[in-house]
Design a protein around this ligand. Structure first.
Ligand SMILES: [Zn+2]
Length: 346
């Protein structure tokens, strides 16, 4: 079978590998029918040291081909979606909806499995009963792009809004016009926020953000961007700021744009360990810091019905489709911001 490797910064290759196969009695073998490139894949794509190739991809939908003897919730022929974290869905953290902190020894993220990945023809899925969710449609359904967003970007945008406490009484700023930022806008809108300010500079993306529910767009960054958000929100900033980038300037923008007593909710993978939290940033104005890797498994059943009935279309974040041969070019196009998000049909 074929699979995607990142060798070094900017060096993505699709190569033949031994077929994935069942290892544990709780595994499922899934033939991938739809996958994609994530904004978070662009961090290692930009900076990975040249220390050997790693498998890539953590968002996919596929058809179960085989299951271990202890798998009971899916069977061969089922169409399934996998979240970007592997979990048992039964431990104390999973029961609290925090599947990214699952304590099972096989739980974790796909990059913890050196011989598996979602940008490939097939994949071994550990803890299949906990990880996989059946989809009640056929693999060629027109809903596929939207259902694929349940594996990461929609659940992550939704987590950002939930962790920030978005409701009909809150105003919201979303920093970042990538797929997660845009789906955070959609999520904030579904949770009832009336004022949603999207900070982004790419008109095609911010236009989609308006379709998803953004009421205002601020293209300025830094102090100028903060000033614009404050002007739009009565001078004090918004109750919730969703930071969907992960870079330090985005965090600083969040600190500037949040209202006293408000919440900064981060879902962009932070590319820093140290950040201002003292009197002049968070403590003085009673600002809370929330967020983390989204336990998207907890949200799949909740978010799926609105996709199935057509009332929302989060799959609009995909603006490019390719096969596996086109994956290296897809990384390049996303890194150059020529593509918002690339759908892969292996
Ligand atoms: Zn668990």
């Amino acid at each position: 079978m074929r699979a995607t490797f990142l060798y070094a910064a900017g060096d993505v290759r699709v190569e033949d590998v031994p077929d994935s196969s069942l290892t544990h009695p709780t595994d499922a073998l899934v033939r991938i029918t739809a996958s994609c490139i994530c904004g978070s894949d662009l961090w290692p794509y930009a900076s990975k040291p040249d220390d050997g190739p790693v498998r890539m991809g953590h968002e996919f939908i596929g058809i179960v081909e085989d299951t271990g003897p202890e798998v009971s919730t899916v069977e061969p022929g089922d169409l399934v979606v996998a979240p970007f974290a592997i979990s048992d869905n039964t431990c104390e953290f999973c029961r609290e909806g925090l599947h990214t902190s699952c304590v099972h020894d096989q739980a974790g993220f796909w990059d913890g499995l050196p011989d598996e990945g979602g940008q490939a023809e097939a994949v071994r899925v550990p803890l299949a009963d906990g990880t996989l969710v059946k989809l009640p449609v056929a693999a060629d359904s027109a809903l596929m792009p939207s259902l694929l967003t349940l594996s990461d970007v929609f659940g992550t945008g939704y987590h950002a809004a939930v962790a920030g406490g978005v409701n009909e009484r809150t105003s919201v700023t979303v920093i970042g016009d990538g797929a997660v930022g845009l789906l955070a806008v959609l999520s904030a809108s579904r949770l009832g926020a009336e004022r949603i300010i999207l900070m982004g500079r790419h008109p095609a993306r911010t236009d989609l953000g308006r379709q998803f529910g953004a009421t205002d767009v601020v293209s300025a960054r830094g102090e100028e961007g903060i000033e614009a958000v404050r002007e739009l929100s009565g001078g004090h900033g918004t109750h919730v700021v969703i930071e969907a980038v992960g870079a330090m300037p985005a965090y600083q923008q969040a600190v500037g744009a949040v209202r006293p007593g408000g919440v900064i909710s981060r879902v962009g993978v932070p590319q820093y360990e140290d950040a201002p939290i003292g009197f002049g940033s968070l403590f003085g104005p009673n600002v809370r810091l929330a967020g983390g890797p989204a336990p998207v498994r907890a949200y799949i059943e909740e978010l799926m019905p609105a996709i199935l009935d057509g009332s929302i279309e989060p799959g609009k974040v995909f603006d490019t489709t390719t096969d596996l041969d086109g994956v290296p070019g897809g990384y390049r196009d996303m890194a150059d911001r020529n593509s918002l998000k690339v759908l892969i049909i292996p």
